[in-house]
Design a protein around this ligand. Structure first.
Ligand code: SF4
Ligand code: SF4
Length: 249
């Protein structure tokens, strides 16, 4: 075991995940610092008894090579190599159900800590994050450009094979059914509801100011370019609409 720079706890318990250092120590430290410096970190990690109650109640632990106890221990002992290893696959098994947070005698939130690690994986453009998010590019496009996550026209039999026999209900004439809804904002199948231009542009400002767009660029440059084009177009549409309003006044 090579722990020349490890903590005293690491020197005592060893590295449960790997002897290999996949990245330079500085980069590993930078990733950990990003996780630890998040304002939520101190609320979600108060210590750890290593009791395993979180893992015993975790649904993901029953089906995957994943243990919230292990994740918390890696963070608590500041095991930089182990944290990096876990970010390659294990953290993506969590279902974010927070059963662990309800059970932990230390009031830790292992699921919340997993979320911080996921955000760091995205920020650092890790392959694991790209692979996990790739199938959701259509949902991300819809969400970021319209504020709607899923629209009726995205519900296809191919996309929802796991619905089993219920998938036949997708064949309903959605265009007609949506037009029958009394609220005009729901008379579309392209979005779950129509979002007006001002709200859309306000959303874009939020995505920009909070760094969501920067993260998207790191993960999927093509999707980022498409979304930027949509944003520019919507901003121009809003300006045109505002000019029209000024002329009418
Ligand atoms: S996070 Fe909480 S429940 Fe899980 S092992 Fe540590 S103390 Fe026990
Ligand atoms: S939030 Fe994640 S780690 Fe916690 S119990 Fe649910 S699946 Fe397990």
């Amino acid at each position: 075991m090579s722990h020349a720079h490890g903590t005293r706890v690491q020197a005592h318990i060893g590295d449960p995940v790997s002897d290999a250092t996949p990245l330079g120590r500085e980069k590993l430290k930078e990733i950990f610092d990003d996780i630890q410096s998040d304002i939520r970190y101190d609320h979600e990690l108060n210590g750890c008894l290593n009791c395993g109650i979180c893992t015993a109640t975790c649904p993901a632990a029953h089906y995957y090579d994943f243990s919230p106890r292990e994740i918390v221990q890696l963070l608590w002992t500041e095991n930089l190599e182990g944290i990096y290893d876990a970010m390659q696959e294990k953290i993506w098994a969590c279902a974010q159900c927070y059963t662990c947070a309800a059970r932990c005698p230390f009031n830790n939130s292992p699921g919340g800590l997993v979320m911080l690690m996921r955000e760091a994986a995205i920020k650092h453009g890790m392959e694991s994050a790209k692979n996990v998010l790739r199938p959701f590019s259509r949902v991300m496009l819809k969400l970021i450009s319209t504020g709607n996550q899923l629209s009726p026209d995205m519900i296809t039999a191919d996309g929802f094979a796991d619905w089993g026999p219920n998938v036949s209900k997708i064949d309903a004439p959605l265009e007609v059914l949506r037009k029958a809804i009394p609220m005009p904002t729901l008379n579309t199948t392209k979005t779950a509801w129509e979002v007006n231009l001002t709200t859309s542009v306000e959303l874009y400002t939020i995505w920009e100011e909070t760094g969501v767009l920067d993260q998207l660029e790191t993960i999927d440059e093509n999707l980022f370019d498409v979304i930027i084009d949509i944003m520019d177009e919507k901003r121009e549409d809003l300006e045109d609409w505002q000019d029209e309003q000024d002329e009418q006044d």
